[in-house]
Write a protein that binds this ligand. Structure first.
Ligand code: ATP
Length: 402
């Protein structure tokens, strides 16, 4: 995806930044983007982006292809001038600062290692110019240890490493100057599933150990939710929601964000105005997407007060259990994934099929009769909420409550 091929970090080590550095401000490390807009050939691709990343934390920017993720990363790195807005690092405005003078390390999708340099040469490339040979060797070994790569790998060329090892070298190179911020541009996407998971975990631990402020760009929702302290959802150049992984997954701002972040069950509903809604799957406790943080979806939530009316209730497939006394349905299909099993169920009176996910369960036979029971709370989008209601959910018509 990336137009970013550079992998460099070029300011002096933090916290001992040179007094003349534009980044030398007595504020905690962190990143702030305010009012950033970007256009290409008159077409706006980023609109009024505002994002704060607290020092030492990780934020994932997740969005579909073409939503503007790379453009935003390029603005932060300094490779793309925003038409308006500002980028602040550690409290200092760096919007006009050249990329190589920003204290930023970048890890590209493919690692962007130099093929003609060995591992040590690649990592040493990230060190400040003029670093003495003995110090270079010490620092390269330190960085190899940090990213859990055998020191004997130092003399290997990138094509003699596995994909996961290459990404570790890329990370070591980006960390070499102890940058204030690390930008990860889809760094795991070229790895196969197993390696992706272990590399992701390892990188997360390294970044936590070093306390590095990190921005990860990904189109992979699971990656964003599992990797980051904060998730920012980018859709068509706008940040539709920013919050903790739990809050954006459990209480997406609108049905579109809900569907992007994971499989959703969208049920036409009649709201009672008392924190409950009547749906084809029975009466469900509901919560507003704006409610305060939930500790667990089953816990007593803040419920929206208001007038009775129509709307849409969003559930996640894992919130629906199969029980004998539940709402009757017929299994249309079922898929086995090992750790979990999904089933698609037709329910009388409901135009949309209902997706159910069960842990550690056998697949169900098509045509089997099942009962569906909702657990926890649903997220209610009132139809009158201006584009977040049932009218937003494709193919769903409002039902009269049964
Ligand atoms: N240099 C450019 N010139 C013109 N249009 C561009 C340029 N770079 C990006 N765009 C357009 O800007 C929009 C956002 O692109 P961007 O690469 O930021 O999206 P993305 O979310 O990173 O996509 P992907 O995940 O597919 O890489 C797209 O419509 C793209 O075609």
């Amino acid at each position: 995806m990336s137009a970013l091929t550079l992998n460099t970090s070029t300011s002096e080590p933090h916290p001992a930044a040179a007094a003349s550095s534009p980044l030398d401000v007595a504020t905690p490390a962190g990143l702030e983007v305010t009012g950033v807009a970007v256009s290409f050939g008159g077409e706006r691709v980023l609109h009024d982006i505002a994002l704060q990343v607290s020092a030492g934390t990780t934020t994932a920017i997740v969005g579909p292809s073409g939503s503007g993720k790379t453009s935003l990363l390029r603005v932060i790195a300094g490779f793309l001038d925003p038409g308006s807005g500002a980028v602040m690092l550690r409290g200092a405005d760096v919007t006009a600062v050249a990329p190589h003078r920003r204290s930023i390390g970048l890890v590209a999708q493919d690692g962007a290692l130099f093929p003609h340099l060995d591992v040590a040469g690649n990592i040493a490339f990230g060190l400040p110019r003029g670093t003495r040979r003995r110090e270079t060797r010490r620092r390269v070994e330190e960085l190899l240890d940090l990213v859990s790569l055998d020191r004997e790998h130092a003399r290997r060329r990138p094509d003699q490493l596995s994909g996961g090892q290459r990404q570790r070298v890329a990370l070591a190179r980006a960390l070499a100057r102890r940058p204030d911020v690390i930008l990860l541009d889809e760094p795991f996407s070229a790895l196969d599933a197993g390696l992706r998971e272990t590399t992701r975990q390892a990188v997360r631990e390294i970044l936590a150990t070093t306390g590095t402020t990190t921005v990860l760009v990904t189109h992979d929702q699971d990656e964003a939710l599992s990797f980051a302290d904060q998730v920012a959802v980018l859709q068509e150049g706008r940040l539709s929601q920013i919050g903790s992984p739990e809050s954006v997954y459990r209480r997406p701002r609108d049905t579109r964000t809900a569907q992007f972040l994971g499989e959703s069950v969208l049920l036409p509903a009649r709201t009672t105005g008392t924190g409950r809604a009547t749906t084809a799957l029975g009466e469900i406790r509901v919560i507003s997407p704006d409610a305060a943080e939930l500790t667990a979806p089953q816990n007593s939530p803040e419920v929206p007060d208001g007038q009775p009316g129509h709307g849409t209730v969003m559930l996640r497939p894992e919130q629906i259990e199969l029980t004998e006394q539940g709402t009757p349905g017929i299994v249309v299909s079922s898929q086995y994934f090992g750790h979990d099993t999904t089933a698609v169920v037709a329910v009388e009176g409901l135009k949309e099929l209902v997706r159910v996910r069960r842990l550690n369960a056998d697949p169900l036979r098509a045509g089997a009769a099942v009962g569906l029971t909702v657990t926890g709370v649903g997220v209610l989008y009132p139809a009158a909420s201006g584009g977040s209601g049932a009218a937003d959910a494709p193919g769903i018509e409002l039902l009269s409550p049964r």
